[in-house]
Design a protein around this ligand. Structure first.
Ligand SMILES: [Zn+2]
Length: 83
């Protein structure tokens, strides 16, 4: 998603953002919109690297780059196996 599209997206009335009413999705989207507003959108919250455009197109509310996301998934699996 390029900057112009993001601006268009952010300018839409809230109801038009959503195909889904999932609260979790809304939470992430709200957070993404806040990050668009403060200029940190598109950066990984863990390592600070730019998140790839392909990833943002697939997951517009992504907070983590692919590498950190994979690490997070692995940590989750490991945590579950500890029980
Ligand atoms: Zn990262």
């Amino acid at each position: 998603m390029n900057k112009r599209d993001l601006k268009k997206f952010a300018a839409l009335p809230p109801a038009k953002h959503f195909a889904s009413k999932s609260g979790r999705f809304l939470y992430h989207l709200d957070e993404a919109l806040r990050r668009i507003a403060d200029g940190s959108y598109g950066k990984c919250v863990t390592c600070g690297q730019d998140i790839s455009v392909a990833r943002l197109e697939a997951v517009p509310h992504a907070r983590l780059c692919i590498a950190c996301k994979e690490k997070e998934e692995q940590d989750k699996v490991r945590a579950n196996n500890d029980h």
